[in-house]
Design a protein around this ligand. Structure first.
Ligand code: SAM
Ligand code: SF4
Ligand code: FES
Length: 347
C-alpha cells in the first residue's frame, strides 16, 4: 500500500493530504525509505546525471530585527556578538569563491536595516558587473515589493525565503505576532511575479509540527512550484525560547527530500549544513535521498562562529577552500561530481 503511494507520487507528482500523511508516517521504515530513495535518485539522475551543483554562501550579517523563536540570530539574543560585512569584504569573498569555481553567490543574513535599499543595490550591481557569468542569490528575509524589484533590477536572479510552515496556527507558534504566514507567502508571490527564480522550504521537526502540517507544506510547495526547496532539521539554539525542544529527525528530513524529488523532478534541492551538523555523513545521505545541491560557506573565517543560527553548526573553523574540497571529496565518495556551473534549475 505504501509503496503504491510512492509509485503514484512518481507518476503523478502529487498525492492528497491524507495520502501524504500516511506516507510520511512510514519515514522510519528502512524498507520504505530505500524504495523511495532509489526512485528519487533515479529521477535526480535523469535530470542532472551525477552532477552536484555548488553555491558559495556569504553570511553577510547576523544582525536581525526579528524574533523568530527558533533562531539564534533573533533580536532579543543579547549574548551573541554581532557583525556585518562591508561591500569590500563581500566582494573579497566573491573573488575567493570565483577562483574556487563557484558560479553562484548566496548573500544571506538576518533582516538588518543597516543595508538600506541603496547600499544593497550598490553591492548587488557591483557583483553583477564584476561577475556577469554568475548567479546572485539573495536570502535576506521579508521586504517590500519595491525593494525586491530594485534588487532584481540591480542584477539579483534568485531569492531564498523558506515559508517555514504553511499552516497559519503553526506559524504563530514559531513566531511573534508581528510575523505572519500570510505575509511570508505574499513575499514569495511577489518575488515570483518580479521574475526571480524562487526558493522556499521549511525546517523538519520544529516544535508542534505534525505529519498533517508537513503534508500542508508539501501541498503548498506543489502549488507554488518553486525552482529551489531548502529543508533541514530544526536544531535548538541554547539562547532561544526553544532551547529545550527536541531536535528534528535526520531520517524524516531524508524521507522528505525523497518525496520532494518525486514531486518536483527537476527542482534544485540542497543537502543542507543542518543535515551535516546532526550526522557526520548527513550531506552525503541527503544526496542519496534525492538532493542535488551543496552550499559550502564562503564567509570570512573571523565571523563564521558568530553566524550561529543553531548550536554546534559545522564548518565554523574551516577556510572556504577547505570546505570546497572537503565537499568535493564527499561527493566523489558517493559517485557524484561537483561542477563549475551556475546551476540553474532545468524546469
Ligand atoms: N533572515 C532570513 C530568513 O529568515 O529568511 C535568512 C536567514 S535565516 C537564518 C535562514 C533559515 O535558517 C531560516 O529560513 C530557517 O529555516 C533556518 N533556521 C533558523 N533557525 C534554525 C534552527 N534553529 N535550526 C535549523 N534551521 C534554522
Ligand atoms: Fe532573523 Fe531569519 Fe533568524 Fe528569523 S530566521 S530571527 S528572520 S535571521
Ligand atoms: Fe566544511 Fe567539510 S564542508 S569542512
Amino acid at each position: 500500500m505504501v509503496k503504491f503511494l510512492i509509485d503514484t507520487l512518481e507518476q503523478k507528482h502529487i498525492l492528497s493530504k491524507s495520502e501524504f500523511v500516511s506516507l510520511i508516517k512510514h519515514f522510519d521504515s528502512q524498507e520504505i525509505s530505500n524504495y523511495l530513495f532509489e526512485k528519487a535518485v533515479a529521477v535526480r539522475q535523469k535530470h542532472y546525471g551525477t552532477t552536484i551543483y555548488t553555491r558559495g554562501l556569504i553570511e553577510m550579517s547576523n544582525y536581525c530585527r526579528n524574533n523568530c523563536y527558533y533562531c539564534g540570530l533573533r533580536a532579543s539574543n543579547k549574548e551573541i556578538e554581532r557583525y556585518r560585512l562591508d561591500k569590500e569584504t563581500i566582494l573579497a569573498c566573491c573573488k575567493i569563491g570565483y577562483e574556487l569555481g563557484f558560479r553562484t553567490f548566496v548573500l544571506q543574513g538576518g533582516e538588518d536595516p543597516y543595508y538600506t535599499e541603496k547600499k544593497m543595490t550598490d553591492i548587488i550591481s557591483t557583483i553583477r558587473k564584476t561577475y556577469p557569468d554568475c548567479a546572485i542569490t539573495l536570502s535576506l528575509g521579508e521586504m517590500s515589493y519595491e525593494t525586491y524589484l530594485a534588487f532584481y533590477q540591480a542584477g539579483a536572479n534568485r531569492y531564498l525565503l523558506r515559508h517555514e510552515t504553511a499552516n497559519a496556527d503553526h506559524y504563530a507558534l514559531l513566531h511573534p505576532k508581528e510575523l505572519s504566514e500570510k505575509n511570508r507567502k505574499q513575499c514569495l508571490e511577489n518575488l515570483k511575479k518580479i521574475g526571480y527564480q524562487i526558493g522556499t522550504g521549511f525546517m523538519v521537526g520544529t516544535p508542534f509540527q505534525t505529519p498533517e502540517f508537513l503534508a500542508d507544506d508539501l501541498l503548498y510547495i506543489a502549488q507554488l512550484q518553486p525552482q529551489m526547496i531548502g529543508i533541514g532539521p530544526f536544531i535548538p539554539h541554547h539562547q532561544t525560547p526553544f532551547a529545550n525542544q527536541k531536535q528534528g529527525s535526520v531520517q524524516l528530513t531524508l524521507f522528505l527530500l525523497g518525496i520532494l524529488r518525486l514531486m518536483l523532478p527537476a527542482v534544485l534541492l540542497p543537502s543542507t549544513t543542518a543535515l551535516g551538523t546532526l550526522d557526520p555523513r548527513g550531506r552525503e545521505k541527503g544526496i542519496l535521498a534525492g538532493a542535488n545541491v551543496v552550499m559550502p560557506n564562503l564567509s570570512p573565517i573571523a565571523v563564521r562562529k558568530k553566524y550561529q543560527i543553531y548550536d554546534n553548526k559545522i564548518c565554523t573553523g574551516d577556510e572556504a577552500a577547505e570546505c570546497r574540497f572537503c565537499l568535493q571529496r564527499r561527493m566523489e565518495s558517493i559517485g557524484c561530481q561537483l561542477v563549475v556551473d551556475r546551476g540553474d534549475a532545468k524546469m
